[in-house]
Design a protein around this ligand. Sequence first.
Ligand code: GDP
Ligand code: MG
Length: 678
Amino acid sequence: MGNPNCGKTTLFNRLTGLNQRVGNYPGITVDKRSGKLKLGENHDVELIDLPGAYSLSSNSMDEQIVQDVLLNNAAESHPDLILSVVDVSNLHRNLFLASQVHDLGIPMVLVLNMIDLLEGEVIRTEELEKAFNCPVISISAKDGKGMDSLKKLLLHSTQPEDNPHINLDDKWITDPEVIRELLPDTSVYQRFKITNHIDKLSWVEHQQKISDLAHQSGNSTYKAELNEINARYRFIDQLVKKVKLTKTDLRSKQITEKIDAITTHPIKGLAVFLLTFFIIFQAVFTFAAYPMDLIDSGFVWLGESVATLLPEGMLADFLVDGLLAGIGGVLVFLPQIMILFGLFTILEDSGYLARVSFMTDGLLRKFGMNGKSVIPLVGGFACAVPSIMAARTIENRKERLITIFITPLMSCSARLPVYVFLVSFIAPDDYLLGFISVQGLVMMGMYLLGIVVSLLVALLINYFMKHKSGSSFILELPRYRFPNSKNILSSMINKGKTFVTEAGKIILIASLVLWTLGYFGPQKEMDRIEQKYEQMALESNLSEDELSYLESSEKLEYSYLGYIGKGIEPVIRPLGFDWKIGIALVASFAAREVFVGTMATIYSVEDDPESEGGLKAIKFSYATAFSLLIFYVFALQCLSTVAIVKQETGGWKWPSIQLVSFTALAYFASWLTYIFVK
Ligand code: GDP
Ligand code: MG
């Protein structure tokens, strides 16, 4: 075990080779990687690559697993011996967890990894051996240095004493003696941790009793944990001074301090922040545009090829307009997701993200979130889907939920075409003072509206959602370093894969349902329309194209989707919408950008609907366009978002609440708009 990125997996791979298995931790969807390590002729041990953790106090899913496995002596994966892996180039931060593990009293070996990175530095391992009372070994997992000595060490593990690094006596929230009787065969630090986290640890035999004791005392668990963290960092400060003698360390520290003077400066820091995200957005829009176009045109080409191969009819229509279009609709998200995550990983690995979180933490805390919410929120302007996935790093469940909940209110890139289309109905294509576009101003207003309302929603949830303890967001700013290309690539691939396999399924099914509803209708009507246009083809002098536009428009009107659109007309009439808009609303539930295309079909617009001719054909009143615009600011017209929220929150509860409340919000806001503007 060890911090994220300290080299656990590299070491694990070295030690187990190909003897690996991937399973699951009970009840959760985090991979459990284990493997067999041969120590001698008849001496096999099972090695587990535990998820990365910074401490035993946190709430991220990964850290929860580590906590459970280590605190619970009866857990299936409870180790007989811990290889506590430490990145020597980050000794201070890494020793924190190692010190907690030491205090648990489980036999351990302290593994100092990445010694190849030490230049002109000396680690005095004998000091660490004394402090940890366990074997200490220096290795380089990447180069394979020290593997044999490590294996030999494992054969002779020592029994630790129950003698924590820090004094716990004054930190207990309840009587330690009572707890000791309730939890026999545990170390004092184990009991301390179990008491502080008791409400999350359902496997503890006397959970209810201990929980009652903890709550009766009236003492704050948060404070107890904070006291421990402070005491432990004092201990580690002392220890690191004795252990590490450095030259290069000093230099990189100076560089870090110089950069931090700018990045954490109130004004310069903000400028760097804005510039960074400006560049990220530009990158997402420009770089993602090419692969997205490629995927788009690839599927169009595929569709055309299939259409020419198959006889005209339902099967061809289903394959082309239903299935292929649905798959294309899923895959087209991939470039944005992968690029955004690649860039996020760079920000994270370089150490900059920690600074951004640090700077924004105070502000976001007022809204029930924390500094780590910045990435999802800002990313939401590009696309809510990867941004909601990025909220995983937020450890506190409540803060994470609030962040996930409001992220879709940031106006994403898919709203852009809808905004552009609708704004042209309500604002003139004029410029104020010759250079400020009026339409641009209205658009900006929509973005601001989304932001302001999202913060109000956050306040509201924060107020109503009771939660026992706030997160203990104690962040040590890591050194700046160059991001690792393998990390970037693997995060891009992993996130892409998760999206396609998890959210993709739901999106595909839903778009097939929508296709079916839009394609089929009562047989009588469909026959009637077909006959009518066969007749017209013979009699009228309209061109074949014009006829086919009219025909598909009429077919859509009499499809089941059309009936739904007409069915909801009474409900949406107060907003200034008719059944035509109703159809487009329902159809665009799969993805907002579908709205413009559906409007074009219904009005049988032959040109590009955003062009002069297209706009003339579609008749909207000023009030209707305004009301629709407001509707799209708030409505959750995006199946991918619903699917990803379901995946990330582990159930239908939150996406349902989100869907219902955003729809209600959109409805209400549009209604008010229509009344006032009319
Ligand atoms: P984990 O998150 O703890 O599983 O860490 P990984 O095993 O994925 O390693 C994180 C990064 O550190 C990878 O890019 C490794 O190549 C790198 N790494 C691991 N061990 C060493 C080492 O001994 N020396 C150096 N220089 N890099 C290492
Ligand atoms: Mg790993």
